[in-house]
Design a protein around this ligand. Structure first.
Ligand code: HEC
Length: 246
């Protein structure tokens, strides 16, 4: 019985080795250029191009392809019409007229002037800018920072800790450029959101954050003189006094 078992074992071993084993093992005398039979290939070989590898799929033999003309990097805006006309790039449209995709290291793209953070928007903010900023803020930021920026968004109710309140004095004093950079590249435990937010929208969010900060930290002196009476004075019609603004 044992003899038959041993005989069978040797036979099977020879069979398996001769099918699967003796291929392309350079230390063996019997060499072949064919790859070994793979019983469990585990997706080792795939019909894909590895980085920098050649490919005979394309006529020029290169695996890596250069980008299509007119490609705009993720997170950047399409060039404006004036730029397009001179550079012959296809029109893609943008709601803003001042900021263009430059691909340069200028203030609008980096938030920096030279080596310092800059202050101010690179375009003139209008009511539409703030409305756009509010919309983008509510989509991209409110989930963590909360609708008012107090750092109490819904994610904090599910265990996210350490979300900054945007109403700290440090962040009120922070330059627009540095906040812009936080949106793009993140800060400490906050990830960057630059890939999902175009340049003008990032600045619109900065503008809206300024509005939020003002909304939580304003004095009567921020109200135009002509409108202060309505906030502090006696309401003649009802005879009640409106609560003074903090
Ligand atoms: C996934 C949650 C999350 C989202 C979404 C998020 N943040 Fe934050 N943010 C954080 C956390 C956490 C911190 C605190 C980071 C730290 O200091 O460790 C922070 C910090 C900040 C700060 C302060 C950075 C500093 O200098 O201390 C600013 C400004 C800020 N976020 C703005 C934004 C804006 C604008 C958006 C939307 C584009 C946004 N965040 C989206 C979690 C988030």
């Amino acid at each position: 019985m044992v003899r038959y078992f041993l005989f069978l074992l040797v036979l099977i071993t020879i069979l398996v080795v001769s099918i699967a084993g003796l291929r392309d093992y350079s230390f063996l005398p019997h060499k072949t250029k064919r790859p070994p039979i793979e019983i469990f290939p585990d997706m080792v070989r795939q019909p894909k191009v590895k980085a920098q590898a050649p490919s005979d799929f394309y006529a020029d033999g290169r695996g890596a392809r250069s980008h299509v003309d007119g490609t705009v990097p993720v997170g950047y805006s399409a060039p404006e019409a004036s730029v397009q006309a001179s550079e012959g790039v296809a029109t893609m449209g943008s709601p803003y007229s001042v900021v263009v995709f430059s691909g340069k290291q200028d203030y609008a793209d980096t938030g920096k002037i030279g080596t310092n953070w800059g202050n101010g928007l690179p375009f003139t903010a209008t009511l539409a800018t703030l409305e756009r900023g509010r919309e983008r803020y509510q989509i991209q930021c409110a989930v963590c920072h909360g609708a008012t920026g107090a750092g109490n968004g819904i994610a904090t109710k599910y265990g996210l800790v350490g979300v900054a309140s945007l109403h700290q004095q440090r962040l009120r004093d922070m330059t627009d450029g540095e906040i812009y950079n936080t949106i793009v590249n993140g800060k400490n435990t906050m990830l960057g959101y630059g890939a999902g937010i175009q340049v003008p929208d990032r600045w619109a969010i900065v503008a809206y954050i300024r509005a939020l900060q003002l909304s939580q930290n304003a004095t009567i002196n921020d109200v135009p003189v002509t409108e202060r009476a309505a906030l502090t004075g006696t309401n003649a019609a009802s005879g009640t006094t409106a609560p003074p603004k903090p």
